[in-house]
Design a protein around this ligand. Sequence first.
Ligand SMILES: C[S@@+](CC[C@H](N)C(=O)[O-])C[C@H]1O[C@@H](n2cnc3c(N)ncnc32)[C@H](O)[C@@H]1O
Length: 244
Amino acid sequence: MASAPESPRPDEHGRGVSMMFGRIAGWYDFLNHFLSLGLDIVWRKALVRELDHGETGRVLDLAAGTLDVSREILRQHPGWRVIGADFSLPMLQRGKQKLDSPQGLAIWPVLADGRRLPLKDGCVDGVTIAFGIRNILPRETAFAEMLRVLRPGGRLCVLEFGSAKKRIWGGLYNQYLGKLLPVIGKIFSGDAQAYRYLAETIKAFPTAPELGLEMEQAGFDKVYYRPLLSGVVWLHVGEKKARP
Ligand SMILES: C[S@@+](CC[C@H](N)C(=O)[O-])C[C@H]1O[C@@H](n2cnc3c(N)ncnc32)[C@H](O)[C@@H]1O
């Protein structure tokens, strides 16, 4: 769940993010579970429960990383197909190692930038993105791509940290984020920068209503959102308008 610094130039920013995840790919899963005390698993399950069944039987898991959301989609919906797209090859390779044979057939890892997806219009029933949207600049380009590849009536489900501009649990969470998390991240992954930027991007991220508004402005319909764990994490859902 680490992130890179926000840069004014999206492509430079993207290269930095991709390289950073490449560096920490080996430690990524362990640190996710350790730093969240295993709650990341519960949050991904909640994300996938928001998906609606559909016509194409295909879902895009964007910023799929080590494919934990992709695998959860198959657990909840055996028989579906999942396109796991990410622009970090080491993250996808790590994820591929975790797939058993049936999963290996149903999950298609694709090396791709979320701002330029190599997919046809309206080819998936749903899009999931877990702890990914915070890393993509500009967000509106990624939202436009997600809308494009969704079939009419299909759902976008976003799981992301809440903005840490607000104090949570009397400031205890904010202290953890800014002080403890980069230290633990450095001890294990050797990459203090990655986990410092995780904290910084969470602080800079829009609030839940702001992100909801961005989704509406991008063209999503019926947008709603709800907090998980006192707003440490939020789930946002929006639909592509059905054909008239
Ligand atoms: C914090 S990880 C999340 C991985 C996974 N979804 C999970 O739940 O653990 C963020 C992922 O987003 C990917 N990512 C960031 N920007 C991206 C972009 N523009 N296009 C594709 N993938 C991107 C990174 O490579 C990284 O694997």
